[in-house]
Design a protein around this ligand. Structure first.
Ligand code: NDP
Ligand SMILES: C[C@H](O)[C@@H]1OC(=O)[C@H](O)[C@@H]1O
Length: 254
């Protein structure tokens, strides 16, 4: 069964990793897909080629989500191409690992702007378009297990993921009357570009794997199903929810 047949799905950070897997997953489920990205032109275009090979329409729009105008540009380019917005997946993010006591101000500010301000403006722009259309919609934000637990080298990052989780809760309240559902997914450790260097440390990688009851770290494709589900009418009565997608890592105390 195709869960997103005839829908238009917008995904930020769709060139690689979780966003790319979600974009391909949405296309497999019958959606036309617009992706935003900031630097990887080749990867963005190859994602669009995969979407088109699945028989769906694809659009890549370059822009830095830290800038509010990127959000209005992304939404209006998608509407120009596909006519409407049914789903927004706010996914773009960065995590430049760094110790706390000597954290550079610009690393903190950039991480906040990309991960939290970026999500805020994208969600707001998509919601305004959905309200204008008058037929509801679904917003899925990619938060993290890090919304719930800390990280020694992530003191600038974990607050942004808690913020995204909180944004979905408040947006669910603000947008429920318009039939717009807002939920978040909380991935555990997923093997992508964002943590390639961090997990190059074999000991750290083994430790993370051992903490995971399912016995392996996640692949980007592990997020595609949960994101498609929350975006679809199968989740018609789900809003303000947060779904851990972590192989059980969070509940594994001892
Ligand atoms: N991997 C993991 O273990 C986990 C990841 N997450 C979250 O998942 C999301 C996706 O990360 P993941 O797939 O792992 O990482 P990747 O590095 O593979 O993907 C990041 C994506 O975000 C885009 N991006 C980065 N900065 C910007 C920006 N300023 N404006 C627009 N797009 C931008 C990148 O575009 P480009 O390629 O053009 O640079 C890329 O498409 C992030 O929000 C991350 O916090 C949450 C929990 C765990
Ligand atoms: C980048 C990290 O490896 C990854 O991102 C998160 O949100 C979690 O902390 C993961 O471990």
């Amino acid at each position: 069964m195709k869960l997103l047949q005839g829908k238009t799905v917008l995904i930020t950070g769709g060139s690689t990793g979780i966003g790319r897997a979600a974009a391909i997953g949405a296309a497999r489920h019958g959606a036309d897909v617009a992706i935003n990205y900031v630097s990887s032109d080749d990867k963005a275009h190859s994602c669009i080629a995969e979407i088109e090979a699945l028989g769906q329409r694809g659009l890549a729009v370059k822009g830095d989500v830290a800038l509010p105008e990127t959000a209005s540009d992304f939404v209006s380019r998608a509407v120009e191409a596909f006519g409407r917005v049914d789903v927004m997946v706010s996914n773009a993010g960065i995590c430049p690992f760094h110790s706390f006591l000597d954290m550079p101000v610009e690393t903190v500010e950039r991480t906040f702007r990309v991960n939290l301000h970026g999500a805020y403006f994208m969600v707001q722009a998509a919601a305004n378009q959905m309200v204008k259309q008058g037929s509801g919609g679904a917003i899925v934000a990619v938060s993290s297990i890090s919304a719930l637990v800390g990280g020694e080298f992530q003191t600038h990052y974990t607050p942004t993921k808690a913020g995204v989780h909180s944004l979905m809760q408040s947006a669910a309240i603000a947008l429920g009357k318009h039939g717009i559902r807002c939920n978040s997914v909380l991935p555990g450790t997923i093997l992508t570009e964002i943590n390639k260097d961090d997990l190059a440390d074999a000991e750290k990688r083994r430790y993370m794997e051992e903490r995971t009851p399912l016995g392996r770290l996640g692949q980007p494709e592990d997020l595609a199903g949960p994101i498609v589900f929350l975006a679809s009418d199968m989740a018609a009565y789900v809003t303000g929810a947060a779904l851990l997608v972590d192989g059980g890592m969070f509940v594994n105390l001892q």
